[in-house]
Write a protein that binds this ligand. Structure first.
Ligand SMILES: [Zn+2]
Length: 340
């Protein structure tokens, strides 16, 4: 049989799980650190991505500390603009036709003049990067589950207020072992009432119960990660029946020790169960690979055929908040990739 060798970077797809600072190019981080005289932890200055293991709280804390160090190099609106433009360029190079970037504006507020100015700087940057690169981009505002649920409510209201400036969804991130999803149900209610999609993290660091909580308490339309649902066949069926998409990030899972090896990420299990997936890079800055590499993992470690990779790409398109005309164009491009 002829070896299938279509380039996954040419496969049209969307990117629905990418964190703001985590999208930064390593070279940009070094330049910004230089610009501001920031001494970065050694783990961020090496040629290799840092060794992380977030399956215990200390490991997760270390991961967050590295993330914070990188974020501390984003100080001016021009840094934010550069970050977003480069994220768009990287996405385009990887075949993405639509990017939803995830951000908690609270953590940028101290350096950008407060919560609202920070959000406006971010939304402006997304709008101009989209205009300059031609890539459709939107924003998910994510609350931090390490903070008080009232903060999440404030953020949800803000996200709704700025919905017409490019915010399409509301998320919940950080250590799943802290707090309960239902503590944030009011915030998610506000977001959903305001027309935003619900896309909390779940089923990454903790098991299937955390995915169920996202469905039951936050009425999730998408789940950040969700891979641990693979441990519960009934939950898989529920996700499949409801058409809830899991934003699966294989390289991230391996880097953080959720799974030992790329072949352990349950891509096949979810796919065969009919659970829609949107592969994502999560934090390329820390995990060392971007969007197309996730599809490469599916091909190399899980024997996804080109037809199956095309189906993954279609699932990513359908789960996005892209307007129908963009979805149709991307889906057409997927078919063309497969035929070509
Ligand atoms: Zn994430």
């Amino acid at each position: 049989m002829e070896r299938e060798a279509r380039d996954v970077r040419q496969l049209p797809k969307t990117h629905l799980h990418l964190h703001f600072t985590g999208s930064m190019r390593p070279t940009t981080l070094l330049e910004l650190a230089d610009k501001y005289g920031v001494r970065l932890p050694e783990a961020l200055t090496g040629a290799e991505p840092p060794k992380l293991r977030a399956t215990d709280e200390r490991g997760w804390f270390r991961f967050q500390r590295l993330y914070d160090a990188a974020r501390s190099c984003l100080r001016e609106p021009e840094d934010i603009q550069r970050l977003v433009r480069e994220a768009a360029e990287e996405d385009i190079a990887d075949g993405s036709g639509w990017l939803e970037i995830q951000v908690d504006p609270t953590s940028y507020a101290p350096r950008l003049g407060g919560l609202i100015p920070a959000l406006e700087v971010i939304l402006d940057a997304v709008e101009s990067a989209s205009r300059e690169t031609g890539l459709g981009m939107r924003v998910l505002v994510a609350a931090n589950r390490m903070k008080h649920p009232l903060d999440a409510r404030t953020l949800a209201r803000l996200a709704v207020r700025y919905a017409d400036r490019g915010i399409v969804g509301f998320g919940l991130s950080n250590d799943e072992r802290r707090g309960m999803a239902r503590d944030f149900d009011r915030a998610f209610h506000i977001a959903r009432e305001g027309g935003l999609l619900s896309a909390p993290h779940g089923g990454e660091l903790t098991g299937p119960a955390s995915v169920r909580d996202c469905l039951d308490d936050l009425d999730a339309t998408r789940i950040g990660h969700g891979v641990r649902a693979a441990e519960d066949p009934r939950l898989l069926k529920r996700l499949a029946d409801r058409g809830v998409t899991c934003e699966v990030c294989p390289a991230s899972n391996v880097a953080l020790g959720v799974y030992e090896k790329p072949e352990d990420v349950p891509l096949r299990t979810l796919f065969e169960a009919g659970v829609p997936m949107a592969l994502g890079a999560d934090d390329p800055l820390l995990f060392g690979s971007r969007l197309a590499a996730q599809y490469e993992i599916a091909r190399r470690h899980h024997d996804f055929s080109d037809a199956e990779l095309a189906e993954l790409a279609r699932q990513s398109v359908r789960a996005s908040a892209a307007p129908e005309d963009i979805k149709a164009k991307l889906l057409g491009g997927v078919d063309a990739w497969l035929v070509g």
